[in-house]
Ligand binder design. Structure first.
Ligand code: B12
Length: 213
């Protein structure tokens, strides 16, 4: 079996011990933490598919979360170190109302911090008004909304409509991210950008902040 597929399959098959052993082996063999996370992500994508076609149940989704959490714990020391966050807040992030998925959001926040970007994390199940309040309180010029459930896409539109009703819309660049987002959803919600790749997300935020400067 290829070196990549072994971890993807261990995660997909919910073999926790095997997956964690592979993660430790890979990190010792100088595979980057991000590559490892990407392999795990391909694994949980399969978990999601099996859940959709009813081969897996909710308990299996929960198991995949447990595995991903342990993987992140192992990898944490190997990610680039956080820079001091003494400056002003650059970006406000949160998971949309009704949605409690946060592993992807937290990963992106981790990577943003590691390149010196100051993040204000609103957490999960964040109401539209809370996003607006977060932006007003911090003066951040970027907003990142994480959305994993397609039936919460309307909530994302509500957030952006609310921002448009305030006088913040011209000052804030809005990025949506998460498994289901695409060009159509971007257009429907009125976001400025969408992104599903962690690395690209960091590059995008860096570019936006530099432009605003
Ligand atoms: C783990 C998981 C859970 C865990 C979440 C744990 C947690 N703390 O996050 C638990 C078990 C709690 C869970 C619950 C549910 N889940 Co769930 N879950 C998953 C699963 C298997 C993996 C998600 C994940 O963590 N991926 C790994 C991370 C790293 O990837 P990511 O989130 O996509 O993030 C990456 C990018 O998208 C991007 N990104 C993410 N956010 C942002 C934000 C910004 C601003 C940017 C720039 C980028 C960005 O960067 C990340 C890094 O690359 C997915 C399957 C899938 N294919 O995604 C289903 C999935 C998302 N879940 C699903 C469902 C249905 C549910 C439940 C409704 C099940 C139920 N019956 O209760 C509940 C809903 C709970 C709720 N109210 O939110 C469905 C959604 C289907 C749909 N069309 O809406 C999926 C797709 C599974 C499926 N195929 O059916 N789930």
């Amino acid at each position: 079996m290829s070196m990549k597929k072994d971890l993807i399959n261990a995660v997909a098959d919910l073999e926790e011990e095997k997956a964690l052993t592979l993660v430790r082996e890979k990190i010792e063999n100088d595979i980057t933490p991000l590559e490892i996370v990407e392999q795990c992500q391909l694994g949980v994508e399969i978990v999601g598919k099996r859940y959709s076609d009813r081969t897996y149940f909710l308990s299996d989704l929960i198991m995949s979360e447990e595995i991903l959490r342990c993987v992140m714990e192992i990898l944490a020391p190997y990610f680039p170190k956080e820079h001091g966050d003494d400056g002003e807040i650059d970006i406000v992030m949160g998971t949309i109302e009704g949605d409690i998925h946060d592993l992807g959001k937290n990963l992106v926040i981790y990577l943003l911090k590691s390149v010196g970007i100051n993040v204000y994390d609103l957490g999960v199940d964040v109401k539209p008004e809370e996003f607006v309040k977060g932006l007003e309180e911090t003066g951040a010029s970027v907003l990142g909304i994480s959305v994993l459930l397609t039936f919460t896409i309307n909530e994302v539109k509500k957030v952006i409509d609310l921002i448009s009703e305030s006088d913040l819309r011209d000052e804030v660049t809005i990025i949506i991210g998460g498994y289901p987002v695409n060009q159509n959803i971007k257009e429907y919600t009125g976001a400025d950008y969408f992104e599903t790749d962690a690395n690209n997300a960091v590059e995008l935020v860096k570019d936006i902040l530099e432009e605003n400067f």
